[in-house]
Design a protein around this ligand. Structure first.
Ligand code: ATP
Ligand code: MG
Length: 383
């Protein structure tokens, strides 16, 4: 089986692979890029595996005039910059013993050992520079059947790294077949180890949840997480029941991992969100309790958050989103409040002016943005 794609054929990828194979080493694209290419979904980053040791990788890069950055030297990863793009090159490795995150890593392993240390069979697929796929563990049939399977014994692999519990649900949401359900043994192993998730860093947990909740339909995976006690281990107090309702209402609307998060919980303190995300999350949650029309929400929150609010609120009340809601949110986001402070002066000044503007705004929002300048002035007794 052969694959192709710009990610593989582009000069940067070929330069890094060629630099290694030209010196007599093995060099293969591995993991997400190969998996996604086989599924026909976009490839975001290209990871490369090689039997050359990290030091050799750096030396070869230097000789080839490419920048090499030791980004994860403990794990054998050197990032090589070629054609302005970064490629993570990781030496074949064998994880002798793992203590949670801290694997005792040894290099000089072969491809079979490198495959065996990876998490899922669909993530242990390799491709040579010409696109020939190498599948040491039978990951290809799993991938084509959209079956997420641990490499080796799930329980043992989870003990090596508890993050794999979250990766299990995340990859199922992204690439699994929702109709199939999750592998029962793996699910039992996740449930048995849910209490260990508190040992993970907030950054790693947040990164996994972000990807999980951004999947087209994360609801089946999240329901399984809830049942296994995993959801509450990472989001105490979360409730998964309304997520499928929300996803149904979204009807393919793009983005929105924060909207989905807000549907699960009001408390994201256990996660590591950016400042902007924290602000947006708060606004979405607050809007769930608002009585504003979709247009008024669009004006108050902008198009994206306004849509989040309308959808979330409809899900919460297990209602349909109102007819034409999206156009209304958009109309609100583009609307201009008809009054300017100058329109109220000199009749009103100082604090009175501010109060009147706020009053007029509330009336305008309550009118679904229909009141014009004259009507607003007359309601203020100024016209
Ligand atoms: P994406 O980047 O699209 O989320 P990916 O498969 O590239 O998916 P990464 O987290 O970037 O996922 O990891 C790259 C590869 O490294 C994986 O495909 C897998 O083979 C291996 N890997 C990453 N994290 C782990 C882990 N915790 N345990 C075992 N193998 C892992
Ligand atoms: Mg990746």
């Amino acid at each position: 089986m052969k694959i192709s794609g710009v990610w593989l054929d582009n000069p940067g990828t070929q330069a890094v692979l060629g630099m290694l194979t030209g010196a007599g080493y093995q060099a293969l694209a591995v993991g997400g890029c190969v998996r996604n290419a086989l599924l026909g979904v976009p490839v975001t980053d290209v990871d490369i595996a090689t039997d050359a040791l990290p030091e050799t990788v750096s030396n070869l890069a230097e000789t080839a005039g490419l920048r090499a950055v030791p980004t994860g030297i403990a794990h054998g990863t050197v990032t090589i910059v070629a054609q302005g793009e970064g490629f993570e090159v990781t030496s074949f490795r064998h994880d002798d013993e793992s203590f949670g995150r801290h694997a005792r890593v040894s290099f000089g392993a072969d491809l079979a050992q490198d495959a065996a240390r990876r998490d899922f069979t669909m993530n242990a697929l390799y491709a040579q520079a010409d696109g020939t796929v190498i599948d040491p563990l039978g990951g290809l049939p799993d991938l084509l059947a959209r079956r997420l399977r641990f490499v080796g014994d799930a329980e043992a692999r989870i003990h090596e790294d508890y993050l794999r519990v979250l990766r299990f649900f995340r990859f199922h949401a992204q690439y699994g077949d929702p109709a199939q359900g999750l592998d029962p043994d793996a699910l039992a192993a996740c449930a048995a180890n849910s209490a260990m998730l508190e040992t993970l860093s907030r950054e790693r947990v947040t990164a996994e949840l972000r990807k999980l909740l951004a999947a087209a339909d994360p609801a089946p995976s999240v329901a399984a997480m809830a049942q296994a006690g995993v959801l509450n281990a990472v989001l105490p107090g979360a409730d998964a029941r309304l997520l499928p309702v929300l996803v149904h209402l979204e009807d393919g609307a793009p983005g929105g991992w924060l909207r989905r998060l807000a549907m699960l919980t009001g408390d994201a303190d256990g996660l590591r969100l950016s400042k902007a995300e924290t602000r947006e999350f708060g606004k979405i949650r607050d809007a769930f309790g608002s009585m504003h029309s979709p247009a008024a929400l669009g004006w108050t929150l902008g198009e994206t958050l306004g849509a989040d609010a309308v959808l979330g609120r409809a899900a919460l009340f297990e209602n349909h989103a109102p007819e034409g809601w999206h156009a209304d949110v958009k109309r609100g986001a583009e609307a201009q409040f008809p009054l300017k402070p100058a329109d109220l002066m000199p009749a009103l000044q100082g604090p009175d002016l501010g109060t009147a503007i706020r009053q007029a705004q509330a009336q305008w929002l309550a009118s679904d943005l229909s009141l014009g300048k004259e009507a607003l002035l007359s309601r203020l007794g100024l016209a």
